[in-house]
Write a protein that binds this ligand. Structure first.
Ligand SMILES: Cc1ncc(COP(=O)(O)O)c(C=O)c1O
Length: 434
């Protein structure tokens, strides 16, 4: 099955996949529950079977939307917080939990260890690194905390943070600094940058001979601003400074390869843009840095130096072993559509969202940059005279639209949204802004 999946990542192969799906010859491949005749609720099997294989065709994405159980009276527009999983992932998680309920023996549970190993392998491949450099944690917050608590900074040494970092990559460092005596420098980005170079320059300006690490959100959850991670990492490397990228808003949305990004550490949640099962995260530590990190938790199964990120930093004692169970299938789902196609689609949804808001609600104030170079999957606006909380509540209560009151009215559409969903959201905002 893996070999078959690996063969299905290119464009022509995607066409072949859908053709085969149509003919039923690989009916159990990418969407196993469908072919197995399992629960079909929330989708139209005929629409799926007649969908075109061309990602430029809106009907392709209508087919994708049918792979989720979100009912038609709701629009999930909050990928930056939490994504639904495709129905076959939900089914897999549910059946795995039920299986565990029947048999908790070591013998039965040996499959979980095997599946965790597979998850590490697939995730590493997906992110362009080795499986020894990947650990499975519970979410990005935990990945960030493992870094903050496990990495030693000496008194007087400096770490540079973006002032839009998530609390788990900001307050956490400040708390640790109180204990350890290192210096936290938080820097703002220019309000209306004209180019990504200006964003890199803001970091360059803050560097001193005492700087040891730069730690930043790849994409801000409160403005949607997207930092040029590769260029910032390149700058840091040229000065012998380590980089930690919080990728909670980039993993599963961007067509990423961490080796290409060149960061030393990376963290993310898999229940956001990756649309994986709840309560999983990824911690990446470049091989040569594993020895620099102290483990936060030590329990049975912990292994000392020379071991992997997962063995050294992610051992948690008894946990819900079923959580990471569906990660390989989640990654297969992404590869079926293609990482680049996913990024392109999310960018197109956001471009239309911005265009329509500008055309229909001229009084809307954009918190997110308008340029596609400096944003990615998140668009945030404010409506004069209304609070984000009020708009957010009305969007859900009146229109079944789930956004977030985060930095403004935060909208983060994903591949389970169609252009028609975007138009419905803009229509609702237009009415609410009056
Ligand atoms: C940039 C960033 N980092 C970390 C997190 C924390 O994610 P989680 O709650 O899944 O741990 C978030 C959540 O929104 C985020 O946006």
């Amino acid at each position: 099955m893996d070999k078959q999946m690996a063969d299905l990542t290119g464009d022509s192969k995607r066409r072949k996949f859908l053709k085969q799906l149509l003919s039923g010859s690989i009916a159990t491949l990418a969407m196993p529950a469908l072919a197995a005749g399992a629960s079909l609720e929330g989708k139209d099997k005929n629409a799926l079977l007649t969908a075109p294989a061309d990602v430029a065709d809106e009907r392709y994405w209508e087919m994708v939307k049918k792979q989720f159980t979100v009912p038609s009276n709701l629009i999930m527009f909050n990928a930056a917080n939490l994504c639904p999983s495709p129905y076959f992932i939900n089914d897999l998680v549910e059946s795995t939990m039920k299986g565990l309920g029947k048999d908790v023996s070591f013998q039965y549970r040996s499959q979980f260890a095997a599946k965790r190993a597979k998850s590490l392998e697939k995730t590493a491949q997906f992110m362009g690194v080795t499986k020894e450099e990947i650990g499975i944690v519970r979410n990005a917050s935990e990945g960030n905390s493992i870094m903050v608590q496990g990495f030693d900074l000496k008194p007087g040494e400096e770490i540079i943070l973006w002032d839009q970092n998530h609390p788990s990559n900001s307050i956490a460092w400040e708390q640790k600094a109180k204990r350890s005596g290192f210096i936290v420098k938080k820097i703002p980005m220019p309000a209306s940058p004209k180019s990504a170079d200006e964003l890199v320059a803001a970091f360059a300006k803050a560097i001193t001979p005492k700087t040891r690490m730069i730690s930043f959100s790849h994409i801000s959850n409160t403005s949607g601003m997207t930092l040029p991670a590769k260029e910032i990492c390149k700058l840091a490397k040229s000065k012998n400074i380590l980089t930690m990228v919080d990728g909670a808003q980039s993993l599963g949305m961007m067509d990423l390869n961490l080796t290409d990004v060149g960061c030393d550490f990376y963290t993310a949640s898999t229940h956001k843009w990756l649309m994986g099962p709840l309560e999983n995260g990824i911690l990446y530590v470049k091989k040569e840095h594993l020895e620099k990190l102290w483990p936060n938790v030590i329990s049975a199964g912990w292994k000392e130096m020379g071991s992997t990120v997962d063995e050294k930093l992610c051992v948690l004692g008894q946990r819900n072993e079923t959580s990471p169970f569906a990660l390989p299938e989640t990654i297969d789902f992404h590869l079926t559509m293609g990482k680049k196609n996913i990024e392109d689609r999310v960018r197109k949804l956001n471009a239309r969202l911005k265009e329509q808001i500008q055309a229909k609600i001229p009084q809307a104030v954009f918190v997110s940059p308008l340029s596609s170079e400096m944003t990615a999957g998140i668009t945030i606006i404010n409506l004069p005279g209304k609070t984000p909380l009020e708009i957010n509540q009305k969007l859900y209560d009146t229109y079944g639209i789930a956004c977030a009151p985060s930095g403004g009215v935060r909208m983060s559409p994903h591949i389970y949204n169609t252009m028609a969903d975007v138009d419905k959201v803009v229509e609702a905002l237009t009415t609410l802004s009056a």
